[in-house]
Design a protein around this ligand. Structure first.
Ligand SMILES: Nc1ncnc2c1ncn2[C@@H]1O[C@H](COP(=O)(O)OP(=O)(O)OP(=O)(O)O)[C@@H](O)[C@H]1O
Length: 361
């Protein structure tokens, strides 16, 4: 999908902004506090139905207003056109429309626009808890594997039920048999989807890493969240008393992790901060390439503060690789000089942001 028109209203300091981006590279530049990140955040709402900076929707609604609206016209690779509108109200309600038709679930909106985000805090995926790496994988799976949403949703339900029973003072043996079987069934299914996805993604990740960080040799492995090689049903049975004691399910795909080693050592322990950023860039790029290979769909990339911790050679390598993967890019910079490395690109538009107003140059 490529955005051909974007309109943002009453979103942080953006009162009413409209622009027609190019299908390639869009540079949004302006002083601190002018509204650059807010503009990316508005696009992020179309791809995730939430902000990347605030857990509360109310915080992004312009002061004294009751709602914000983000609207776009987008066209996909098969020339399918979509007018997508998203409005969020202070009381928590939302309205999402595609070509005039109301959507009841945010996931229907999210499926339409594969948006990826790269900011200085993207490296949390590497430094942070396994749940962030699972989220990273699940984003890609959601977009390439139709069944993922229902399998993951079912697993989440069964996990909550089983945990509630464990917390409630134990499970009777009949209940345990029932919930262990349900848990093992959808847990193994989710695990298969993730394992296959990582295997399929690996060649892209390793190729991107050998381009971005040729000085290291990387290994990628997916850990299922329970003892390798054992059926999940057996592990659940074996751990039941422990699970009852602690009141939660200690094994399963909710404990899975993606591990990355550089020269045989856990990556975050050996790479510099800039190198970790490039590792993250390689991971995101790989998902973009894989989506294009599998579904013929291109991503929209939001690059907020690309300059942080990356030298110009690395920044250029990343942007070039993204454009090669047919991504539409929105990159922010405080000053034009920060994106001087993009001078040679022809399919490019520059937008200047000042006090919440955006003007094309
Ligand atoms: N709900 C809101 N209503 C109105 N203005 C807001 C709201 N929330 C934040 N702002 C203001 O919006 C402005 C734009 O912030 P934004 O983070 O987009 O700036 P930026 O151009 O990305 O800055 P920087 O270069 O410092 O990262 C800020 O001045 C901020 O105080």
């Amino acid at each position: 999908m490529k955005l051909e028109r974007i309109q943002v209203q009453q979103f942080r300091n953006l009162q009413d902004v409209s622009l027609n981006p190019t299908a390639g590279l869009n540079v949004i530049y302006g002083a601190n506090g002018s509204g650059k990140s807010s503009f990316l955040e508005a696009i992020h709402y179309l791809g995730f139905a939430r902000s990347f900076r605030s857990a509360k929707h109310q915080n992004v609604i312009q002061h004294l207003q009751d709602s914000f609206t983000v609207f776009c016209k987008a066209k996909d690779e098969k020339e399918y056109e979509a007018s997508i509108g998203y409005q969020r109200f202070r009381n928590g309600d939302f309205l999402a429309r595609v070509n005039g038709e109301a959507l009841s679930r945010s996931s229907d909106l999210v499926r339409l626009l594969p948006v990826q985000l790269f900011t200085p805090s993207s490296t949390d995926v590497i430094y942070g808890a396994p749940s962030l790496r699972r989220k990273f994988l699940d984003w890609g799976l959601f977009h390439v594997e139709q069944s993922f949403l229902s399998v993951a949703g079912r697993f989440q339900q069964v996990l909550s039920q089983r945990n509630a029973l464990l917390r409630g003072g134990g499970i009777h043996s009949q209940e345990a048999t029932f919930w262990n079987a349900a848990f093992a069934d959808c847990g193994e299914h989710l695990d298969r989807l993730r394992t296959d996805y990582v295997e399929a993604l690996k060649p892209n990740i390793l190729a991107n890493l050998s381009y971005f960080l040729p000085e290291f040799s990387f290994e990628i492995s997916y850990h299922s969240g329970w003892e390798r090689g054992k059926p999940l049903a057996e592990v659940l049975k074996q751990n039941l008393q422990k699970d009852i004691k602690f009141g939660y399910s200690s094994s399963g795909p909710h404990k899975a992790d993606l591990r990355i080693k550089a020269d045989g050592i856990i990556a975050q322990e050996v790479l510099s901060r800039g190198q970790v950023r490039m590792l993250m860039a390689a991971l995101l790029l790989s998902q973009s390439q894989y989506l294009l290979q599998q579904k013929g769909r291109s991503c929209i990339f939001l690059l907020d503060d690309i300059g942080a911790e990356l030298d110009s050679g690395k920044r250029e390598a990343f942007v070039k690789a993204l454009l090669d993967s047919s991504a539409q890019i929105f990159v922010t910079a405080v000053e034009k000089q920060q994106v001087a490395f993009l001078e040679g690109y022809t399919d490019k538009k520059m937008f200047h942001v000042e006090h919440g107003q955006v003007k094309e140059e």
